[in-house]
Design a protein around this ligand. Structure first.
Ligand SMILES: Nc1nc2c(ncn2[C@@H]2O[C@H](COP(=O)(O)OP(=O)(O)OP(=O)(O)O)[C@@H](O)[C@H]2O)c(=O)[nH]1
Ligand SMILES: [Mg+2]
Length: 405
């Protein structure tokens, strides 16, 4: 039998243990570091997207590539020749390769050669059984500006390529470049569509604004649609890569990011129903870190740890580096209208999911503001910037809370 003194000591020890767990510290610096690790891991594991771009010299292949993808990838020179006619453009730490056909002139001998080389590339890629080596899409570019009518030799070339690609089924998109004025682009689109080719889509684009003697400027268009079509044509494993490299459609980045938030929110729902003293919400944090990493990857910007940290501090309500888990939870609860303070010491599934959704939506807005240059790095270190993030998060919470009623 235990004597009273021993009993008291045991109870005290037990209390201490619970006490420690209950008041566990949440370190924003640590969380930001984990976010950075998760972002780097995610970037490292992005599958490589491989596109072949074919079209006569001067149609605007390089312009198209540089307008659609980040970091002016086609400006890295001519690319490494991999066959006599095809060059591979790659960049270090860039999850994409472009096979370009510079100077593709459709002279008869060359036409046939390029076609054979493309088919060979497709087969070689498939033979490795690795998605990183496969050819995922072919753009066939036709210049609208220089063509009054359709060039039948190009259609014939395409038909033969389609025939040879019948089994391998790499998606082919016909891109009508320099499609200006738009009506001319539409006309050409109708002409190509009449051919009933087995392709994904014919799409007119103007990759860059076009200046007519300083009197009239035709605005670039169609790139966002090309991103959407690519997204429809590519498998799920390449969707993150596409968003990471494309810079033409913010809408598409946001759409993909929202899907990430819904998924994280569902996971958080399952992780809910945890008594606060034991979990201190720490159990929930890995899910949110993964979510933040995925959204950051979609935006394709390099983000520093301090930027992430200022977002975290602003949302969980701490000025310093550390905050007690309990305070963090109570801060968060205070932000949710009508929830009170952690009823029964539990974070319910629906509260966990609500917090996750609001955090994710606020982070998408935060990324969007940085992407558009509306929020500068300097703003993040001053109080006003942090207050703006806090406000955004609170607004999202209120909005989502209302929706859940
Ligand atoms: N304003 C405007 N100019 C364009 C557009 N597309 C191409 N150009 C111009 O057309 C010319 C040729 O474009 P490139 O992108 O170099 O053509 P390319 O198909 O890569 O040509 P090769 O590499 O020789 O096969 C350049 O002077 C571009 O500036 C566009 O969408 N808008
Ligand atoms: Mg070029």
């Amino acid at each position: 039998m235990l004597i009273d003194a021993e009993k008291t000591e045991l109870i005290k020890n037990r209390k201490n243990t619970i006490y420690k767990e209950k008041w566990m510290e949440v370190n924003t610096d640590e969380i930001a570091k984990k976010c950075m690790d998760a972002i780097n891991e995610k970037l490292k594991n992005l599958k490589k997207l491989n596109i072949i771009v074919v079209g006569k010299s001067g149609v605007g292949k390089s312009t198209l590539i540089n307008s659609l993808f980040r970091d002016k990838i086609a400006e890295t020179g001519l690319g490494r020749p991999i066959t006599t006619e095809i060059r591979k453009i790659e960049k270090k730490d860039y999850p994409m390769a472009i096979y370009d056909t510079p100077g593709f002139e459709l002279s008869e001998g060359q036409q046939a050669k390029v076609k054979e080389e493309i088919i060979e590339l497709i087969h070689k890629g498939l033979a490795t059984g690795d998605i990183n080596n496969a050819i995922h899409c072919i753009w066939y570019c036709i210049n609208v500006g220089g063509n009054r009518t359709f060039d039948q030799t190009e259609i014939n070339w395409l038909k033969e390529l389609i025939e040879k690609n019948k089994v391998t089924k790499v998606p082919i998109i016909v891109v009508l470049t320099q499609a200006c004025p738009k009506t001319k682009g539409k006309q050409m689109q109708t002409l190509v569509e009449k051919e009933n080719l087995d392709i994904i889509k014919v799409i007119p684009v103007l990759a860059q604004d076009m200046d007519f003697d300083g009197e009239y400027v035709a605005k670039a268009y169609g790139l966002d649609q090309l991103v959407d079509i690519m997204s429809e044509a590519l498998p799920e494993e390449l969707q993150d890569t596409l968003q990471n490299v494309q810079k033409a459609s913010l809408k598409s980045k946001k759409k993909r990011s929202r899907a990430v938030v819904s998924a994280a929110s569902a996971v958080a729902f399952g992780e809910g129903f945890i008594p606060i003293p034991f979990s201190d919400a720490a159990v929930l944090i890995p899910t949110q870190i993964t979510m933040i990493a995925s959204i950051t990857t979609n935006f394709g910007m390099s983000i520093s740890k301090s930027v992430i940290m200022s977002f975290i501090s602003s949302t969980i309500g701490t000025a310093g580096t550390t905050i007690l888990g309990k305070s963090m939870v109570s801060n968060l609860f205070k932000l949710i209208p009508g929830v009170g303070t952690g009823v029964g010491g539990m974070i319910s599934g629906s509260t966990a999911s609500l917090l996750t959704t609001a955090l994710g939506e606020a982070y998408i807005k935060f990324m969007e503001m940085i992407y558009k240059g509306e929020l500068k790095k300097e703003d993040l270190y001053d109080q006003n910037g942090q207050k703006a993030i806090s406000k955004m998060f609170k607004e999202e919470l209120t909005k989502k809370r209302k929706q859940s009623f």
